[in-house]
Write a protein that binds this ligand. Sequence first.
Ligand code: FE2
Ligand code: FE2
Length: 174
Amino acid sequence: MMISERLNDAVNSQVGNEFGASIQYVAIAAFFAAEGLNQLAGRFDVQANEERDHALKLVKYLLDTGGRVAIPAIPAPRNEFGSVAEAVALALEQERAVTAQINALMILAVEDRDFAAQNFLNWFVAEQIEEVANMDNLLKVVKRAGEQNLVYVEAYVAGQASQVARGPGEVEGA
Ligand SMILES: [Fe+2]
Ligand SMILES: [Fe+2]
């Protein structure tokens, strides 16, 4: 089944949103790196790559369903943050916004009775649960440590990364 015109347009917008999320994470990673917080920087570099993968997944879906790929302009990310907590809070806000965007795509797919699109979008629905939960958890840890004790957050993030390296499923993804 061919993708509808309006769902095609909405998926193209989401390609832009995912690339936008990706460059926002690059900007956050750069802020952390400049603060000497290399573990946090590494974690957000990984996130940035994941968001790019999400964009490419959407592009592939359009190609597979006879859609038209038209990548929109990507707005500039925010580059300055007053604190580490502020940067992580922005990341959490962004993940919540993406969840709403994915839900809006799903509503179109349901209205279109486009079962292929619903099946495809289910992956993103599940992914957003993880993305929001992980960022919410990181924000709690950052707040609990406080800006003076970010060295503990670095150790925490490093521990998560090494657990992830042991095997997926053993710990919540970075
Ligand atoms: Fe994403
Ligand atoms: Fe994400």
